[in-house]
Design a protein around this ligand. Structure first.
Ligand SMILES: Cc1cc2nc3c(=O)[nH]c(=O)nc-3n(C[C@H](O)[C@H](O)[C@H](O)COP(=O)(O)O)c2cc1C
Length: 179
């Protein structure tokens, strides 16, 4: 089962064009979340989740946590904004701080995953644009004890170019996660 977070505000998201190719033959359930349609409060570092399992905010994250618990794979599909993930994507990722506090302050049963796949797209053709989000992915992988996988579509000021490099990335992740 997959939890898929679409972090683009665009109806014709170029990132999602890549993500759709990745999940095209996937037969199991996909829980689809659109970050820009979700009602999610920002983590305000209130420390509530240090002593209580869960978050004080009862918003659309309740369903997201629930779906994540049932999933073995999380796919985050986000455009690159100023070298990081889109703001709504980050807002949701910050709310995964509950898992950090459960793990390190409560020794509580964790939500763990097999795989976390980060799919990004960016206008630039320069690798340095997505170096930062790779760190975010590693931090998430460590927290949720998951293998991490990364796909980047570049130079998206033109229509998505499914060149050999991009196709290879998609094929590799597909076979590592879904075969
Ligand atoms: C606010 C904003 C910031 C952006 N920052 C970057 C950037 O730092 N580097 C880059 O290569 N592209 C940047 N872009 C371009 C987007 O990453 C690119 O158009 C992306 O493919 C859009 O994906 P989407 O269609 O899935 O929303 C930015 C676009 C916006 C709107």
């Amino acid at each position: 089962m997959i939890t898929l977070l679409n972090g683009s505000p665009n109806k014709k998201s170029k990132t999602m064009t890549i993500t759709k190719k990745l999940i095209s033959n996937y037969k199991n359930v996909i829980h689809h979340f659109d970050a820009y349609q979700m009602n999610v409060f920002s983590c305000d570092d209130c420390q509530y989740c240090k002593s209580v399992a869960g978050c004080k905010f009862k918003d659309d994250m309740v369903n997201f946590y629930d779906c994540l618990k049932q999933s073995d794979t999380l796919i985050i599909s986000s455009p690159i904004y100023f070298g990081t993930l889109s703001d709504q994507t980050l807002q949701i990722i910050n709310r995964l701080q509950v898992y950090y506090n459960q793990k390190y302050h409560q020794n509580n049963t964790l939500t763990t995953l097999k795989n976390i796949i980060l799919v990004v797209s960016q206008g630039s053709d320069k690798n340095y644009m997505h170096e930062g989000v790779k760190h975010t992915l590693e931090i998430l992988g460590h927290l949720l004890e998951a293998k991490t996988h990364f796909i980047a579509g570049m130079d998206t000021d033109h229509p998505i170019n499914f060149n050999k490099q991009l196709i290879n990335q998609i094929t590799d992740v597909k076979s590592a996660c879904f075969d």
